[in-house]
Every structure is written in C-alpha cells, then in structure tokens.
Design a binder for this molecule. Structure first.
Ligand SMILES: [Mn+2]
Length: 283
C-alpha cells in the first residue's frame, strides 16, 4: 500500500511481541510504522524474534529481514536501540550488556521520561507463575513469591533443554476465554506491584498482547501490545507524554497476504539460519 505521510518524530518508541518467524507476524504493518516513526531511542520490549517457532519450523520470509535491517539502519543512523528479550527470544538473555549491530541487550531497565518520571521496562513473562498462583503466593508471602519466580526461570531453562516450548501466557489465556479478563487484570496488578517495589512511577511491559495505558493503584501501567494481531506501539513525545498508537486502525483493515512468501536466509548478527532439515538452533 502507498502511504504518503511524513515521518513523525518522538523521544522514545516502545515495541514488543512482533514474533518474527511466526506466520502471524504483521511485518508489512511494522515496516510501514518504522518508516513513518522516528525516535531518539527505540526500546524493544521482548518477543521480537520468535525463537521457538523458528526452532519448530523455519519461517523467515524477506519481510522479516527487512524489519531487522530497518532497525539496524536506524541504529547506524544514531537511534539508540535497546533490546529487552522476552520468553520467545530468551536465547538473547544469556547476553545482557552485549551489543549486536549497535543494538544493546538488557534484561530490564529503568527509563526516565522527558518530564522526569521513571518507568521500569521489562517483558513480563517472569510473572506468569505469580499470575497462575496469585492467591496461594499472596497467602504464603514474600519468600514464596521470590522462590516461585526463581523456579519459573529454572523451569523455563529445563524446558528449553528438553526442547519443550515455553509456556505461553497469551495462548493459555485465550484457551480460558471466560477467565481471560481476570488473568489480564491479575498480570497487570502483579507487574504494577513490581514497579512499586522498584520505587518507579510506572511500568512498560509486553508479553500478554493486550495494549493499554492505565493507572493501577498509583502506578502507571503501560502495555505495548503486539504486532501479530493488534499492531500497537507506545510512543513518548518530547514532553514526556505517552501515547498508545494503534497502527492497524490508522492504515485501515488488516489485509492478509494471499501468496506464500519464499523463505530466505536470516541476517541477524548472532542468529544463524537452519543448518539442515532438523531446524534452527537459535544461538
Ligand atoms: Mn512473551
């Protein structure tokens, strides 16, 4: 589609849950968005590359490389880019503090807005276990809470070793439609609690594919949403004001690709393509 709009400039751009490597990734929309949105800093809030999908079956059309190249080009041109890995791209979690192609990898960070407000930025999957066992953990207290999070991290590592996919909150929540709203509410509350513990004004996360900005007991809870369904991003204006952009709404109804795209070789520094038919080994 032809979009004849000038690029809009922002202080910061927050994007998460693109799931490059999954057929559902709306790469065309994201490319359009990245072409028309410039920022001093771009923070990738996890699950940008879906390592799990790629491991099962290689799906990497040219448009996936285009997204990666677009980001790398922005980095070359002076945009500061921070990549906070999520559970689907946790192969990057082993490299906190490292850089690839000008992109910095961090587990989580505190971002200070132009108006001085401080926000904790993290993907959010570490709280899955707390969400699932919220009532029990509240009863058992801090020690059990910390232990549960540690066990969650350990369990994810064991599952990874055994070649089992990470337990997916969004997939699971969708299966339990009736309760999904409760789960989302519980997730938001748990993440807001973490922000409070870190003595910040707000929190920016992804993971549950549910973009929203709202106040939760004095904490500004912000979720970046996703680029597999809703095509949403959070932007910080130069005065520190945050805005939720729904890109799919801006450019019209989502149009599905009719023809399957040919697969190409991946070109992400550090991530190699499939060596054989067995699939990909993600770093
Ligand atoms: Mn996630």
């Amino acid at each position: 589609m032809e979009t004849v709009s000038e690029a809009r400039h922002f202080r910061t751009l927050f994007i998460s849950d693109v799931h490059l490597g999954s057929k559902a990734a709306k790469t065309d929309f994201l490319l359009d968005f990245l072409k028309t949105h410039e920022a001093e800093t771009i923070i990738l809030v996890g699950d940008i590359v879906d390592g799990w999908r790629l491991k099962r079956s290689w799906y990497w059309p040219q448009s996936c490389n285009d997204v990666v190249q677009k980001l790398l080009r922005k980095a070359r041109k002076g945009t500061k880019i921070v990549y906070i890995p999520g559970n689907h791209d946790e192969f990057l979690r082993g490299f906190p503090g490292t850089h690839f192609g000008g992109i910095e990898v961090a587990e989580r960070m505190v971002h200070e807005m132009a108006d001085g407000k401080r926000y904790l930025v993290l993907h959010g999957d570490e709280f899955d276990v707390v969400v699932r066992n919220a009532r029990l953990l509240a009863y058992l207290g801090d020690w059990a809470y910390d232990t549960a999070i540690a066990i969650n991290v350990l369990l994810a590592a064991v599952r990874r070793r055994l070649g089992m996919p990470y337990w997916s909150f969004s997939a699971w929540a969708k299966l339990q439609v009736k309760h999904a709203v409760n789960f989302i509410g519980e997730f938001q509350k748990v993440v807001a609690d973490e922000a409070r513990r870190n003595e910040v004004d707000g929190v920016i996360c992804g993971h549950i594919h549910h973009a929203v900005m709202e106040d939760i007991d004095g904490i500004h809870y912000v979720n970046t949403g996703d680029w597999v369904e809703s095509c949403t991003a959070i932007v910080e204006h130069f005065d520190g004001r945050l805005e939720l952009i729904s890109w799919a709404d801006r450019v019209g109804a989502a149009t599905k690709r009719s023809e399957p795209e040919p697969m190409v070789k991946v070109s992400i520094p550090g991530l190699t393509g499939p060596a054989d038919n067995a699939g990909v080994r993600a770093a």
